[in-house]
Design a protein around this ligand. Sequence first.
Ligand code: NAD
Length: 437
Amino acid sequence: MKIAVIGTGYVGLVTGTCFAETGNKVVCVDNDQAKVDKLSAGQITIYEPGLEKLFLRNIKEERLRFTTDLVSVVDEVEIIFLALPTPPGADGAADLKYVLGVAEDLGKLLNSYKVIVNKSTVPVGTADKVRATIAKNYQGEFDVVSNPEFLREGVAVDDFMKPDRVVIGTNSERARKLMSELYAPFVRQGNPVLFMDERSSELTKYAANSFLAMKISFMNEIAQLCERMGADVDMVRRGIGSDERIGKRFLFSGIGYGGSCFPKDVQALIKSADAVDYDFAILKAVEQVNAKQKVHLVQKIKEHYQGNLKGKRFALWGLAFKPNTDDIREAPALAIIDALLKEGATVCAYDPEAMANVKNLLGDSIDYATSQYSALEGADALLIATEWSEFRTPDFERMATLLPSKLIFDGRNLFEVAKMNQLGYQYISVGRPTELT
Ligand code: NAD
């Protein structure tokens, strides 16, 4: 099939590359000229494990190309995916200006039947809006389909190639056939392609992300109780996770959720509920708990130093909002840096992939280390904000020579408290005792 993907960011680039990998001819469109130039020159623009190999292979096989020119693309494709940003507007509701802007352009460019597939995360009713926007300028046949994306950054290629499920919202038999054919290679192991109406499909994505965010906030509240009651959140997590109705995954407490999706999607669903006069009380609490949790580690640091962080220097391991990505959107590490700088402290950070993005954002307001160990030089304490696997089993002896205070504030609970006690570290984590008695 011939496919266009409009918007070549984290979702668009993975989508385009994976569709090319299954034999389709894909053209990715983006209005960022510098990005398109880089991609066209065979330079990948995001860090995503496994993506570069597929990206290069499909460019070489001439199944994948990049352009800024939407006009030249529309006539030659059958299916047009929208993988455009849907950031929060001033009131927190999803801003549809990118999606509807492109829909407007498409209305002026369509000449024959196409399927327009919305992969962006959009509020219920957006398919109708896209349809109406196109129909202002184009009276021919076309279908608009909702096909929310569930990939996780860090494992996006695997998620896309072997999705737990594919959700497709459409009432059109013609679009359904095309979409079934397109996705068939991705669900050969029998994972379901769930066809449904557009509205249910649009809501499914928000419901999924909000539910996951709720799990995190719930565990963070349990962690708060653990700290006050002398319990250990790791034990509680294991205790509840072995109940199949609860499940083991996504029960880790820490420094709150971040990233480009959970914060904005939780907010957008609250706003969508408000718009139909429904007070989504649980979700409002999820958001409040997360805001508190993001600064929880800083509070612990302040407590430790009796409120005075002036002149203190902190090594910070981890900047990305989660491991295996370079994405720093809404990363808890950024909230921590901001709070520490405001208190008059300095920060020396290390992240395996996200340093360039943070440098672009924060410039020289913090220092950047070339390794996790050099970050420790001259630091008063180590803070851990992202659970990269290389942080999990560090050389503690080497660390002790570089960090004589042997003081660690761990927002991701990477180490066993007992082991850290044994090694003589002062180890402050989330929802767990500092010292085992
Ligand atoms: P992104 O910001 O990484 O990418 C969006 C791209 O669209 C950018 O490259 C931008 O230059 C381009 N763009 C903007 N306006 C354009 C236009 N008029 N024409 C062409 N290109 C244009 O965003 P993302 O993370 O890929 O997210 C895209 C959508 O997918 C969002 O709705 C998001 O909620 C959803 N989503 C994201 C993830 C994720 O993990 N990132 C997962 C599932 C769903």
